[in-house]
Design a protein around this ligand. Structure first.
Ligand code: NAD
Length: 317
């Protein structure tokens, strides 16, 4: 199996190179995104391996098909960046449905605890040898209400963590999982009763801006909101308006509506420019990270392993 591996991130090579050797696969690392301009580099390979920032349209699928590339190996769970309809009957699209739900849920909890207890601000002060704790008072999580929107793999890991903190949990999902030990309620009830809300649903036309002016108005004053799913779940302008109106106790964002082209195009230290992002960083109770909830040793190992297992399954029918 020969794989054309498109990645602008140096860390991918660290995980894939030794594992691919074990499988006996030849990997050609291309330090570019997969695009109409670069797709010709996949010619002569059995598969092209790509990430979520590599958008694949019908024209690109046809090019791969005509050049006998048998599969797109996605290093992601999501596949909304690939025209899967166009791929049907032409090339296989193989993804990694689950690599480490714990990685993302633990990161969501880290964000929540950070904004709730102002540890990011406190460290900023101690670095300047300022030991003043004024303005840094948080709240206990114990016996507070945690609202989980989306109870799939990551939402369930989040629920387990909240249970460990002895919180009272409310969940909302249009497809409730009856096997879970959690109380499902409607979205409005979750919004109006939760002290801490964590988003774990996918971005779809239905969930786009699920957090908007109306739904923010339904939340408790002083609510904490964490989004580690997709930026488009939140209407950024409505969030900024809510922050200006002091609606939120704190907000943690690992994903951001306009992140495409800003956060994960490459691993450079280039300074990015975005007005709304700049405004969000001015709020002391907002913490923003660059889409890194998945980024743990275990998750990276699992992504490499599952991707190569997909290649193996492809090769062996
Ligand atoms: P999953 O498919 O296992 O679960 C998603 C859940 O959302 C399902 O139970 C589904 O029924 C539910 N859902 C669908 N529509 C909904 C709606 N309108 N309201 C509420 N719930 C709804 O997915 P997962 O593995 O748990 O991942 C969740 C999301 O996390 C992904 O879609 C992805 O966007 C994000 N993610 C982020 C990172 C990161 O690094 N920050 C990493 C991996 C995944």
């Amino acid at each position: 199996m020969r794989i054309a591996f498109f990645s602008t991130k140096p860390y991918d090579r660290i995980w894939f190179e030794p594992m691919a050797k074990d499988y006996g696969y030849e990997i050609y690392f291309i330090e570019l995104p997969f695009s109409e301009e670069t797709m010709f580099l996949a010619k002569g390979y059995d598969a092209a391996c790509i990430f979520v920032n590599d958008h694949v349209n019908g024209k690109m699928i046809d090019y791969l098909y005509e050049n006998k590339v048998k599969a797109l190996l996605l290093r992601s769970a999501g596949y909304n960046h690939v025209d899967v309809k166009a791929a049907k009957g032409k090339i296989e699209v193989l993804r990694v449905p689950s690599y480490s739900p714990e990685a993302v849920a633990e990161f969501a909890m880290a964000m929540l605890l950070t904004v709730n207890r102002f540890t990011h601000k406190a460290y900023g002060r101690t670095r300047e040898f300022n030991m003043n704790i004024n303005g840094l008072m948080g709240t206990d999580l114990f016996h507070k209400v945690a609202g989980v929107i989306g109870t799939g793999k990551i939402g369930q890991a989040m629920i387990r963590i909240f249970q460990g903190f002895r919180m009272n949990i409310l969940a909302y999902d249009p497809y409730p999982n009856k096997s879970l030990d959690v109380q499902y309620v409607g979205l409005e009830e979750l919004l109006s009763k939760s002290d801490f809300i964590s988003l774990h649903c996918p971005l779809t036309p239905e969930t786009n801006h699920i957090i908007n002016e109306d739904t923010i108005a339904k939340m408790k004053d002083g609510v904490y909101l964490v989004n580690t799913s997709r930026g488009g779940l939140i209407d950024t302008q409505a969030l900024i308006d809510g922050l200006l109106a002091k609606k939120f106790g704190g907000v943690g964002l690992d994903v951001y509506e306009e992140e495409e082209g800003l956060f994960y195009e490459d691993c450079s230290d280039e300074i990015i420019q975005d007005d709304n992002l700049a405004r969000l960083t001015t709020f002391p109770n907002v913490l923003i990270t660059s889409h890194m909830g998945f980024f743990t040793v275990e998750a990276m190992q699992a992504i490499a392993h599952e991707t190569l297992e997909n290649a193996y399954a492809l090769e062996n029918g």
